[in-house]
Design a protein around this ligand. Structure first.
Ligand code: DNO
Length: 351
């Protein structure tokens, strides 16, 4: 198991590489070129710049999160081929630079969704919260505006270009059903996986967050059965999953421990975090500690350990604690605590 920490880049993150260096056990940064719009080819100079910065601090750049997929690919439009060619060229460059895993998602229009980015918990810290009834009735444009108006709005998954022409995008998805999305994913994977195999890259699809359809848009990476289907679309070790316990854990029917056992050799990258799910379907992100939420954190680490997991792992969304000013979910303190918790479990399993 190799520990990673997400870093948004020089000048783009309140957390620095020097901070990350002081967290025990971190080997790789999990990074992206956040200023390159989805669909465009990544410039080699920029890739090498991040590599240099990371290596100077003693980190590898083994995991990219994410190379975003252009909407035309998800929609299956004829223009997708141009964007797929760009994607392939980016894969080749990342392979040359030494990257091993590319995390991506296939969620239409939006990446992850929350209704409150700073909901107060009992201990006075704040965390990201999802109110189901609100999402079920709110106009998505209002919700997007609320998030975009947030002073901390510089979150991946919420790139400005995604949010332009929202109405147009919604219309484009009007007739796209889950099966169409699955077929469009197959087309994408059939095109890129051979390139990944040649370049020793593993693709790792991120589950949908939350793992159910929202705003009438289809979502497919939601359950054990659907992940199994995706892995079978192209049966190659380069076609893998980023098993995110927090995203999948928002649906209590998802048995994450069981998923790890079934998909072990197809999980190059794991996000391990906790959420507390309420009976009405709401959920809030909590500390990583098992007792604070509803995700079986110890069972998850045990399942990885038992299956001989040697992929990458990272803590995920943390609370905002000790008055830290940071990107929602991506502060230093609570994620560092999360790492110590995960490593504590892991080390005791190694005995
Ligand atoms: C949120 C993240 C997601 C994730 C993408 C992967 O914090 O887990 O934005 O990076 O879905 O493409």
């Amino acid at each position: 198991m190799k520990m990673g920490f997400r870093w948004y880049g020089e000048g783009n993150d309140s957390v620095t590489l020097n901070h990350i260096k002081q967290i025990p056990g971190v080997e790789t940064i999990v990074w992206s070129l956040h200023d390159v719009p989805a669909g465009e080819e990544w410039p080699m100079e920029k890739i090498l710049e991040v590599k240099k910065q990371a290596e100077q601090s003693g980190f590898t750049i083994d995991v990219v999160e994410s190379v975003n997929v252009h909407e035309d690919i998800k929609l299956g439009l004829p223009s997708r081929d141009v964007y797929i060619e760009n994607y392939k060229r980016t894969i080749k460059k990342l392979g040359k630079a030494g990257v091993k895993v590319i995390c991506y998602n296939f969620m239409p229009v939006f990446d992850w969704i929350r209704t409150d980015l700073f909901k107060e918990l009992e201990d006075g810290s704040t965390a990201m919260f999802y109110e189901k009834a609100e999402v079920d009735q709110i106009d998505p444009i209002v919700l997007v505006q609320r998030i975009a108006d947030n002073p901390n709005y510089t979150m991946s998954g919420w790139e400005p270009e995604r949010l332009e022409n929202l109405t147009k995008l919604f219309n484009a998805y009007k007739d796209i059903k889950e099966e169409d999305l699955m077929n469009n994913l197959r087309y994408f994977l059939e095109a890129i996986i051979p390139v990944c195999e040649e370049n020793a890259i593993k693709m790792a699809i991120h589950p949908d967050d939350p793992p159910w359809p929202i705003f009438g848009l289809p979502r497919i990476i939601t359950s054990q059965e659907n992940i199994r289907r995706v892995l079978q679309l192209v049966d190659s070790p380069s076609n893998g999953v980023t098993l995110c316990s927090g995203s999948l854990g928002a649906n209590p029917n998802n048995d994450i421990v069981n998923m790890i056992r079934e998909f072990a050799d197809r999980i190059p990258f794991a996000h391990v975090r906790n959420v507390r799910v309420y009976e009405n379907g709401d959920f809030i992100e909590t500390s990583h500690r098992a007792q604070d939420g509803t995700v079986d954190m110890v069972g998850i680490m045990k399942a990885y350990h038992e299956s001989g997991f040697n992929g990458y792992i990272r803590p995920d969304h943390g609370r905002h604690i000790w008055d830290e000013k940071c990107r929602p979910g991506y502060g230093l303190y609570d994620r560092a605590l999360g790492i110590m918790y995960l490593l504590g479990i892991w080390d005791s399993l190694e005995q």
